[in-house]
Design a protein around this ligand. Structure first.
Ligand code: PXP
Length: 245
């Protein structure tokens, strides 16, 4: 039987709710513990420059939790000296470089690796030299995938946000772009992940791309947890993924 595609659960928005009142509840570390117990293969968290959800102390506690549980922590981070220093201090299993603009509501597009190779390559190298699996969050285009390979990334995470927003023929065209990008990345020796905006319907669609090895899902699962509980939401997502032949 083929190895199941991994499910990384992003717990950022547990921290968003917590921060709405400035206290300690709900605790993203408790959510991470519950997610792992429910079958998440790893935890993803984005420490943003403005600390709007996850904080430095969350990263410290999540690092400890994942180390104790023997499961990977995937730190999403902007390409800045500050974030590089934090990643090198905690040395999570994986680091995913993402674009960041203060005024955006969420990570709106992929990282422009093509054209910024000179800025990104040393950061990829520093993270990889420290033992992290480095992934780059990019749009599914040939130029971006080739640039990811050129700067020495081990993984590309394909941005699925556009796919999730589109409908009908436009969605089918975007699927073809995702498939072509995944094939190219795989042929270049890169591991392929996908994420952003995925839900019970669209996550299984990504598993129709045979090169995809990991999905990272946050907002939808945390939203569903309000109605069904986090464990149940993760079980249902896992079941939807496992139902793909
Ligand atoms: N992957 C990356 C690189 C992201 O930046 C995000 C959003 O933080 C996600 C996956 C998860 O997206 P969503 O919260 O929409 O599921």
């Amino acid at each position: 039987m083929a190895t199941p595609v991994r499910l990384g659960v992003n717990i950022d928005h547990v921290a968003t709710v917590r921060n709405a009142r400035g206290g300690v509840h709900p605790d993203p570390v408790r959510a991470a513990r519950e997610a792992l117990a429910a079958g998440a293969d790893g935890i993803t968290a984005h420490l943003r420059e403005d600390r709007r959800h996850i904080t430095d102390s969350d990263i410290e506690a999540l690092s400890r939790l994942c180390a104790e549980a023997g499961r990977p922590l995937n730190l999403e981070m902007a390409v800045t000296d500050e974030m590089l220093a934090i990643a090198l201090r905690h040395r999570p299993h994986a680091a995913c470089l993402v674009p960041e603009r203060r005024e955006e509501v969420t990570t709106e597009g992929g990282l422009a690796v093509a054209g910024q190779e000179a800025r990104i390559e040393p950061v990829v190298k520093a993270l990889a030299d420290a033992g992290m699996r480095v992934s780059l969050f990019v749009e599914p285009s040939r130029a971006q995938i080739e640039a990811c390979h050129a700067v020495g990334a081990q993984v590309v995470e394909l941005h699925t946000g556009r796919y999730c927003h589109l409908e009908g023929d436009d969605r089918a065209v975007e699927f073809e772009r995702l498939q072509a990008a995944a094939t190219l990345a795989f042929d270049l020796g890169l591991e392929v992940h996908a994420g952003h905006g995925l839900d019970y319907v669209t996550a299984p669609h990504m598993l129709a791309i045979p090169e995809v090895r990991e999905l990272n899902i946050g907002h939808f699962l945390i939203g569903e947890a309000v109605f069904t509980g986090l464990t149940s939401a993760i079980h249902r997502m896992r079941a939807a993924m496992d139902a793909v032949p």
